[in-house]
Write a protein that binds this ligand. Structure first.
Ligand code: NAD
Length: 264
């Protein structure tokens, strides 16, 4: 199923479920300063929330806000029982540490799943795994290769694939080229999350039965968004950019908010 259609179906199911709850789930979105990319992400999160019946509350702090002001706001919202999930839109201005933010959001409200002790799965890997499962990808015993080892995508992705009984390899910037090619040639599912336009191209030998998940978002010279993989590789499945993992990540966030509400 196309990702767009899958997301629409899942949102319809969620809307129905939320309509049966005593009270709508509440997501708090906190931003500091102004960043055009962040504005568009936040708009997307508000739209998704509205579509399924989640109440999104926006709190905007000025560019010159201090870390203390931000952390105090998070603490207030941690203590507010009417708020189910809290996210702080990243990046934040210089002078504010991302780690301090993540450490301050209460684990049970950390719907981005950034804390190690958050009960929620980090949104991009969760969105990908749920989609692959729904599409019938048979994980057990398959070779999974994750390209990139960041804390928000590569590492949690590898852990989830391992949890699904895949044989998992992470390749990264220090993996020798010849080894990269060897692992990729043996992969049944490849998740590419490095932020290098067109990294995976026709020069790589790939299994025709492979599924490729392209996480990368890169602005091309044409001014448009492109993935880490060139389109139309000769494989069984390849997620598009745009209209792929970005939509799955957005879906996973609202799924986590609903889970937070239901966990109360
Ligand atoms: P990051 O910069 O934190 O990490 C990049 C990783 O790629 C590093 O681990 C590095 O070792 C590895 N790497 C770099 N060059 C490499 C190479 N040539 N070969 C192998 N490994 C290489 O990035 P991130 O936050 O994980 O994001 C990766 C990409 O995914 C970015 O384009 C980002 O915009 C995108 N992203 C998309 C979504 C989404 O919802 N679609 C979500 C998160 C990130």
């Amino acid at each position: 199923m196309e990702i767009k259609e899958y997301v629409l179906n899942r949102k319809t199911e969620m809307r129905e479920e939320i309509s049966t709850l005593d009270k709508a789930p509440v997501l708090s979105i906190i931003s500091v300063g102004y960043n055009p990319a962040s504005e568009s992400y936040m708009k997307g999160k508000c739209k998704d929330s509205a579509e399924v019946g989640i109440t999104a509350l926006m709190s905007r702090l000025p560019e010159e806000a201090t870390q203390e002001q931000l952390l105090n706001l998070i603490k207030e919202q941690n203590d507010d029982p009417s708020i189910d999930g809290i996210i702080v839109q990243l990046p934040v201005p210089k002078g504010i540490e991302e780690k301090a933010i993540i450490d301050t959001i209460a684990p049970e409200k950390d719907v981005d799943g950034f804390r190690a002790d958050s009960p929620y799965t980090s949104c991009t890997p969760k969105g990908i795994i749920d989609y692959l499962a729904r599409e019938g990808f048979e994980f057990k015993g398959k070779n999974a290769v994750v390209v990139g080892r960041s804390n928000i995508v590569g590492r949690p992705m590898a852990k989830l694939l391992l949890g699904k009984d895949c044989t998992v390899t992470i390749i990264h910037s220090k993996t020798p080229e010849v080894e990269k090619r060897w692992y990729l040639a043996h992969a049944d599912v490849i998740v590419v999350a490095i932020g290098r336009l067109g990294f995976l191209d026709e020069s790589y030998e790939l299994k025709e039965s492979a599924w490729i998940v392209d996480v990368g978002i890169n602005r091309g010279e044409d001014g448009k968004l492109h993935g880490d993989c060139v389109p139309n590789l000769k494989v069984a499945r390849q997620t598009p950019v745009p209209g792929g993992v970005g939509l799955l990540t957005r879906l996973a966030l609202i799924e986590n908010v609903l889970e937070a509400k239901k966990a109360k």
